[in-house]
Ligand binder design. Structure first.
Ligand code: PEP
Ligand code: MN
Length: 383
C-alpha cells in the first residue's frame, strides 16, 4: 500500500446513524446480524419480481430476515448478445412492489442517465458494478450526477485486483458528497480458473477494512463463486472474516434465469442459506477463552519469527548461488530446477497436510523473490 492511500480518508456517516432508517433494526451490519441483501440478478418480469420479493420479505426470523432487495435493471455483460436487462420499464414495477412490501431496493447504475431514472423512481440505494468501478471516467460521471443527492451507494470491487481503483471510486463518490457508502466484495477475475468464477483474494477487502474501519463491506458470494453449490461455504468464510453483510442472487427457476443462471437459487433456498450460516462474535467476553487464544497467538508469533529467520538464511544462500552463476555466466532462471523444486515441495506439503494451491503460491513467491535478488546481484557485480 503506498503512502498516498493511507493518508486519504473517507468522510462517512457512521452506519449506526443511517442503517436503522433503511433496515429497521439498529443491530444490522454487525457480525451478529449481517446486512442481508438478496434479489434477482436481472428483473425479468413483474411476476418474477413479485414471487421473489413476496417470499423474501415475509421472513421474520432475525437470523434470516432480508433487509434489502437487490435487482438488476441494466446489466453490463462481458459478451454482447447476452441478456442486457429490461431497462427503464422495470423501474415502475419496483416502485409498485416497494409500496406493497415496504422493503428498500438497490439497483446498479452505470451512467448519469441510470442515476436520473433511479432517483425519479424512488430507488433507495444504488450500486456501481465491477465493470464500472474499473473506469474512473464512468465513476466520475456517476459521482457528478449524484452531487447534492442524499442516497447510499455501494461500490463493487473492480474486476481486476486493484485496491487503489476500488478506493478511488469510493473517494470520487465521497468528494461528490456521498457519505453513506458501502463496499461490495465480489471477487477478482483471473486468467487461471479455480474453484470459483472470481477469486476472492480476501486480503484485499481485509486491507480495505483496515484502512477504512467505518466502511461496511458486503460480500457477494454469488459473483465470487458463479456456482450455487458454493454459496454457503463462501458466505460462511465472509462471516468468519467479519464482513458486514452478504448479497446473494435469487431466481424462482434458476435454470431458466436469463443471466448468471449457474449461481441462482430459489428465494426459499436463500432464506435457508442465511439460516445455516454460523454467526460468530468478534469480541469474546469469556476471559478463559481470551487467555487461551492469546497463548496460542504467542506460539504463532514464535513460529512466524522462525519462518522469517529461515527465509533470511535462504536468501543468504541465494546470494552465494548468484555469485556462482555470475562467475560461470549462467542465467538466473533455470527452469528445470524450479520445476523439480516445486514438485518436491508439493509432495512434502501434501504429506504435511498443507493445501497444494497454497504451496504452489508460496513457492512461486519465494522463487520470484530469489530471481529478483539474483538479477539484482548480477547488476551490482557487473562492471
Ligand atoms: C450483478 O451484481 O448482477 C453484477 C453484474 O455483478 P458484478 O458487477 O459484480 O459483475
Ligand atoms: Mn449477476
Amino acid at each position: 500500500m503506498n503512502k498516498q492511500t493511507s493518508i486519504n480518508s473517507l468522510n462517512l456517516i457512521p452506519r449506526s446513524q443511517w442503517f436503522p432508517k433503511y433496515f429497521g433494526d439498529p443491530s444490522v451490519g454487525t457480525s451478529q446480524n449481517p446486512l442481508r441483501i438478496s434479489g434477482p440478478c436481472s428483473i425479468e418480469s413483474p411476476e418474477q419480481l413479485l414471487e421473489i420479493v413476496s417470499t423474501l420479505s415475509k421472513e421474520q426470523s432475525a437470523s434470516r430476515r432480508i433487509h434489502l432487495i437487490r435487482a438488476g435493471v441494466w446489466k453490463p455483460r462481458t459478451r454482447p448478445n447476452s441478456f442486457e436487462g429490461l431497462g427503464e420499464i422495470a423501474l415502475p414495477w419496483i416502485a409498485d412492489i416497494k409500496k406493497e412490501f415496504s422493503i428498500p431496493f438497490a439497483i446498479e447504475v452505470a451512467n448519469a442517465k441510470h442515476v436520473e431514472l433511479a432517483l425519479k423512481h424512488g430507488i433507495d440505494i444504488l450500486w456501481i458494478g465491477a465493470r464500472s468501478t474499473v473506469n474512473p471516467f464512468t465513476v466520475q460521471d456517476i459521482a457528478d450526477a449524484l452531487r447534492g443527492v442524499d442516497i447510499p451507494v455501494m461500490v463493487k470491487n473492480p474486476i481486476n485486483a486493484d485496491l487503489e481503483l476500488w478506493i478511488g471510486a469510493l473517494e470520487r463518490l465521497n468528494h461528490s458528497g456521498i457519505q453513506k457508502l458501502m463496499a461490495i466484495h465480489r471477487g477478482f477475475s483471473q486468467y487461471k480458473k479455480n474453484r470459483y468464477r472470481n477469486t476472492p483474494l480476501w486480503k484485499i477487502p481485509l486491507e480495505l477494512k483496515v484502512l477504512f474501519p467505518e466502511l461496511p463491506i458486503i460480500c457477494d458470494p454469488s459473483h465470487i463463486t458463479g456456482n450455487r453449490d458454493y454459496l454457503l461455504e463462501v458466505s460462511q468464510m465472509a462471516m468468519d472474516l467479519a464482513m458486514d453483510g452478504l448479497m446473494l442472487e435469487t431466481h424462482p427457476n434458476p435454470d431458466l434465469a436469463l443471466s448468471d443462471k449457474n449461481q441462482q437459487v430459489p428465494p426459499q433456498k436463500i432464506l435457508e442459506i442465511f439460516g445455516q450460516i454460523k454467526l460468530k462474535s468478534e469480541v469474546c467476553q469469556d476471559e478463559r477463552i481470551n487467555f487461551q487464544i492469546e497463548n496460542l497467538r504467542k506460539e504463532i508469533d514464535i513460529l512466524d519469527n522462525d519462518i522469517l529467520e529461515l527465509l533470511s538464511d535462504r536468501s543468504k544462500i541465494v546470494s552465494q548461488i548468484a555469485n556462482a552463476k555470475l562467475n560461470s555466466q549462467l542465467t538466473a532462471l533455470q527452469k528445470n530446477r524450479f520445476e523439480s523444486l516445486l514438485n518436491d515441495r508439493q509432495i512434502l506439503g501434501e504429506k504435511l497436510n498443507l493445501d497444494s494451491e497454497f504451496i504452489q503460491d508460496l513457492f512461486h513467491l519465494i522463487h520470484e523473490e530469489s530471481l529478483k535478488n539474483q538479477i539484482q546481484f548480477f547488476e551490482n557485480h557487473t562492471p
